[in-house]
Design a protein around this ligand. Structure first.
Ligand code: NAD
Length: 231
């Protein structure tokens, strides 16, 4: 079976995606800045410690993928938040979020595209926050950009590859654990399906978009957010 490259896979959503794609028969290549990614590798998989926002990182990930075999799926999942009110957000925080959340998906897809086998898939992780989120100007812009990137890559690589995005809503992970408890409670109360998403919910959406069942789907955004995108 082919290789599934998953970025930001040391924990949270990325780790769940790597586990799910491994269960679906892919050889997972887990990528993360954190050394702990080595402890997250499902049986038969591999890990590479790399920064997805740098050319050096893309080179290291490409070398690791080439050593494992043809790539079937690339999941651009790594992401960060640096929230602040307008006027309090530094230029560095604005740019850092764009570089990691958006620049990495562009740069890594460009670096790996020719390694992805015909009929393969790229899945980018956007966010419901791309619709706009108070205090997340940098994050919302980066995740809206991921959708423009997804559509542009879908056009560029059709018909050889399919490129889609998943837009999670609020998902229980270390990223959202960092939010104040009262904010978390308010966000969950506004979700029509009345619960936080689980990393496995997002992994299932990614697995479907990567699978032949989604063989006629490209350039699309699949919201996995408990209905929050329209509520
Ligand atoms: P997380 O913070 O728990 O995990 C992110 C992982 O990415 C970490 O292991 C981190 O080390 C890694 N990472 C960060 N920068 C990196 C870099 N430059 N190079 C390599 N690895 C890097 O986050 P999560 O909640 O699992 O989120 C995963 C993705 O889903 C992100 O893109 C996030 O924006 C998106 N998302 C999350 C939620 C949510 O509610 N948790 C909602 C919508 C979208």
């Amino acid at each position: 079976m082919s290789v599934a490259v998953v970025t930001g896979a040391a924990r949270g959503i990325g780790r769940a995606i790597a586990e799910r794609l491994a269960a679906d028969g892919y050889t997972p290549l887990l990528v993360d800045l954190a050394d702990s990614v080595r402890d997250a590798v499902p049986e038969g998989g591999a890990a590479v410690v790399a920064d997805v926002s740098t050319e050096e990182g893309w080179g290291a990930i490409r070398a690791a993928a080439e050593s494992l075999g043809p790539v079937g799926v690339l999941v651009n999942n790594a992401g960060i938040t640096r929230d602040a009110r307008l006027g309090k957000m530094t230029e560095e925080d604005f740019r850092a979020v764009l570089r990691v959340n958006l620049g990495s998906a562009h740069g890594l897809t460009a670096a790996l595209a020719d390694l992805i086998e015909d009929g393969g898939a790229v899945v980018n992780i956007s966010s419901r926050a791309q619709l706009g989120n108070f205090g997340q100007f940098n994050y919302a812009v980066s995740k809206a950009g991921v959708i423009g990137l997804t559509r542009s890559l879908a056009l560029l690589h059709a018909p050889r590859l399919r490129v889609n995005a998943v837009a999670p809503g609020f998902v229980a992970s270390e990223m959202t654990d960092a939010m104040p408890a009262h904010v978390r409670e308010r966000v969950i109360a506004a979700i029509p399906l009345a619960r936080a998403g689980l990393p496995a919910d997002i992994a299932a959406a990614v697995a479907w978009l990567a699978s032949p069942d989604a063989g006629y789907v490209t350039g699309q955004v699949l919201y996995s957010c408990g209905g929050r995108s329209f509520a």
